[in-house]
Design a binder for this molecule. Structure first.
Ligand code: ASP
Length: 347
């Protein structure tokens, strides 16, 4: 009798765990940058604007995956929207260099094939993530920079814009503050910069230096991929490029996991953060969350770096980890509700 009861109990337990562990066919995680983002810093309007934007773009990416689209398609579609949204430091709304320019970096990587494309220092291509994807698919190279990268994007039919298109008043003011703090002169306002910022840009929160965007996704064919797009860090100089377009640092995907990062690029490059997380999953058998926490909470923190990552695995496991006070983030998966977070203690 006892044995039968025990067998029944084990049966129920096995059924529950199987149901709980049911792998979602698709999953998507999005970040909109990490930094000094305290609940007390954001007005209710800013809080609502960021939550609405994160939820809208994540839903759009989830729709691509739900319809059977590839992880790469979902990433490109989602990042397009973030690049067009002046709330985020990517595309329009990007931060300024010390010389008063917007220099844009992006990368994309396909975990199944290890194909990757990256661009650095674009000034004319409206959607840097599409330029990165074109480098991956249509060129023999992995990483293109500067005017050559813009020229290549143009030959691929990607929309070119006047550099003033990326200008926002908010980011211009942030540059003023950053340069003043370093005792550096303020450059001339860029030619063609609009005189008044639009209402959406006025809601943007100055999260310190960051605000990069990134997306990782798992599609119905079991492939994972990662993409990241950024204006880099406010007041960057001398052609500085951060981790976002550096494969293995700010962006990485292989058969075991996909990662996109945001934070002080210099530290992420030195720790090869994205690749390190995937290596811990692959070689040490850590769960995605444990691997992410090991690298962000321990290694990055010990080195004095700040920022965070999002990650996804072919099992449908999703993770995020950050050591800053906040990170704009959202996730969704087949059969799971979309969740959005900003501050540390958000769910
Ligand atoms: N990681 C980016 C960079 O260093 C900045 C960011 O995440 O906002 O260029």
């Amino acid at each position: 009798m006892i044995r039968r009861l025990l067998a029944a109990a084990i049966g129920v337990f096995a059924m529950t765990t199987a149901a709980e562990a049911a792998q979602p066919k698709w999953a998507i995680v999005v970040h909109g940058g990490a930094g000094v983002i305290e609940r007390s810093d954001l007005t209710p309007e800013q809080d609502a604007a960021y939550r609405a934007a994160m939820s809208r773009v994540t839903k759009a990416g989830a729709d691509v995956l739900e319809r059977g689209g590839s992880a790469l398609d979902a990433i490109e579609a989602t990042i397009h929207m973030l690049e067009d949204d002046p709330l985020f430091n990517a595309g329009r709304g990007a931060v300024f260099t010390a010389e008063g320019r917007n220099e844009l970096d992006a990368a994309i990587m396909d975990g199944a094939t290890l194909k990757a494309g990256a661009v650095g220092g674009l000034t004319r291509t409206r959607h840097p993530i599409s330029a990165a994807r074109a480098v991956m698919n249509k060129s023999p190279h992995v990483f293109l920079i500067g005017s050559g990268a813009d020229a290549f994007a143009a030959t691929q039919g990607l929309e070119q814009v006047d550099p003033a298109y990326f200008f926002t008043e908010r980011r211009w003011r942030s540059l003023g503050k950053a340069l003043k703090a370093q005792g550096l002169p303020m450059p001339q306002r860029p030619a063609g910069a609009p005189l008044a910022s639009d209402a959406a840009a006025a809601l943007a929160h100055d999260e310190g230096k960051y605000g990069t965007v990134g997306v990782v996704a798992l599609d119905a064919s079991g492939r994972v991929a990662a993409g990241t797009s950024t204006g880099g860090t406010t007041g960057k100089r001398w052609g500085r490029v951060g981790d976002s377009p550096v494969i293995g640092a700010g962006t990485y995907a292989n058969a075991a996991c996909a990662v996109s990062a945001t934070g002080t690029g210099e530290y992420f490059i030195r720790l090869t953060v994205a690749r390190e997380i995937c290596a811990l999953v692959e070689y040490k058998g850590l769960s995605l969350q444990a691997a992410a926490d090991q690298v962000i909470q321990k290694e990055l923190t010990a080195l004095g770096g700040d920022g965070g990552i999002i990650a996804v695995a072919p099992t449908g496991e999703m993770a995020w980890s950050f050591n800053t006070s906040g990170m704009y983030r959202a996730r969704a998966a087949e059969g799971q509700a979309l969740t959005v977070g900003i501050y540390k203690n958000d769910p």
